[in-house]
Write a protein that binds this ligand. Structure first.
Ligand SMILES: [Zn+2]
Ligand SMILES: [Zn+2]
Length: 151
């Protein structure tokens, strides 16, 4: 089961399915994300943290982020940093569940999502902002269908 939003522009026919994925993450996807973090694609700080802490994990939930400055939006991983309380490494192929975070992990730091258009901070979108999305192509209001679910 997944969740997402279908956004559509009546003016220029721009259309996109914002896929927020399956909720928690598959081991393969997660390893790819960690590799990107270690390669520094999300900046030097999380890369360094991962290299120095075997028990480091991130929240790999996909979420929709919004820039209230320029109305840009994008789907990205949450990327909040956590660390295992005994700094124990996640066993290969294990799939972290919400209760693992609650029981075994300590919150370290939230990731700052930066707008790739204007460089300001983006925040996790609020329900009320879903109706204010504007078309990245032509700047007209977008039509949003929420809560798309599929198996
Ligand atoms: Zn448009
Ligand atoms: Zn922006």
């Amino acid at each position: 089961m997944g969740q997402g939003y279908l956004v559509k522009c009546r003016n220029c026919n721009y259309e996109e399915l914002l896929n927020l994925g399956v909720g928690m993450f598959f081991p393969g996807e997660y390893r790819k994300l960690i590799k990107m973090i270690e390669d520094g694609e999300y900046g030097a700080e999380p890369a360094e943290y991962f290299l120095n802490n075997p028990g480091a994990v991130v929240d790999a939930q996909l979420e929709l982020y919004y820039c209230s400055e320029c109305h840009n939006y994008e789907v990205d991983y949450n990327l909040s940093l956590y660390r295992h309380k005994d700094n124990r490494e996640i066993s290969n192929g294990y799939w972290l569940k919400q209760e693992d975070y609650d029981r075994e992990y300590v919150f370290v730091k939230a990731y700052k999502h930066i707008c790739n258009r204007c460089g300001k901070h983006m925040h996790k979108i609020r329900e009320s902002e879903m109706n204010n999305l504007v078309c990245p192509e032509c700047g007209k209001p977008l039509e949003v269908s929420t809560g798309v679910m599929w198996d």
